[in-house]
Design a protein around this ligand. Structure first.
Ligand code: ADP
Ligand code: ADP
Ligand code: ZN
Length: 216
């Protein structure tokens, strides 16, 4: 089973992908996480992406498509994958279809997390993650059970993303509206798009996703 998560920045794609990954034994592929790892390593790809990411702009299609292609060719993806943050442009959606068809694979389900824009800025500015295991938290909606301690791994170290500032969020939402929202009809017309109300609690969002998965 291969799945795509669509939705604006802060919609809960990462949070829900992690849950789906554990429950269904799929591999989560977050292009944002991959790019942040490249930036941290100081690779060529990272150097090309850094200033665009910091300003809330998308990185060029060629770069991201090549990175994604080599990732889904890895053996661990054969059991099925969850794309979190890809595709983000019509060019990426078309390139994905072409590479999957060549491999005799397909996307089975597209989950669109629908969240009103006025909620997103607060979600993003309150977001932080465990520095050790990557678990995602939120100051308001989803703090660790014990303050300062990661629920998943017990670490005391947390980090915030450089682009999770209010000024940058405005730019990221503009990019989403202009480049990413237009790909929804691409999946809708093939009947694969499932709209999920992403404004409910994390557990309620998971329940809606599980209902869609049960129908597959
Ligand atoms: P995305 O991957 O779509 O950018 P995240 O999964 O990182 O989004 O979630 C963004 C922020 O919102 C995080 O701080 C997360 O803890 C919080 N969050 C995720 N889902 C919900 C929800 N259903 N209700 C409230 N807060 C949520
Ligand atoms: P979020 O869903 O919270 O906006 P991501 O971690 O998915 O954040 O992405 C962070 C940044 O990485 C984006 O603002 C963009 O600069 C870059 N990025 C990630 N995925 C893609 C993609 N598929 N195409 C272009 N740029 C991307
Ligand atoms: Zn942790």
């Amino acid at each position: 089973m291969n799945i795509i998560f669509l939705g604006p920045p802060g919609a809960g794609k990462g949070t829900q992908s992690k849950r789906l990954e554990e429950r269904y034994g799929l591999v989560q592929i977050s292009t944002g996480d991959m790019l942040r790892a490249e930036v941290a390593r100081g690779s060529d790809v990272g150097n090309q992406a850094k200033s665009l990411m910091d300003s809330g702009r998308l990185v060029p299609d060629e770069l991201i498509i090549a990175m994604l292609k080599s990732r889904i060719e890895q053996p661990d993806c054969a059991k099925g994958f969850i794309l979190d943050g890809f595709p983000r442009t019509t060019g990426q959606a078309e390139a994905l279809d072409t590479m999957l068809t060549a491999d005799k694979k397909k996307i089975d389900v597209v989950l669109f997390l629908d969240v009103d824009e006025d909620i997103l800025a607060d979600r993003i500015s309150g977001r932080f993650t465990c520095a050790k295991c990557g678990a995602t938290y939120n100051e308001v909606s989803n703090p660790p059970k014990q303050e300062g301690v990661c629920d998943a791994c017990g670490s005391h170290e947390f980090k915030r993303r450089a682009d999770d500032k209010r000024e940058t969020v405005v730019e990221r939402l503009k990019e989403y509206r202009k480049l990413t929202a237009p790909i929804l009809p691409f999946y809708e017309k093939t009947g694969r798009l499932h709209k999920i109300n992403g404004m409910l609690s994390t557990a309620e969002v998971t329940a809606q996703i599980e209902a869609v998965m049960a129908g597959q």
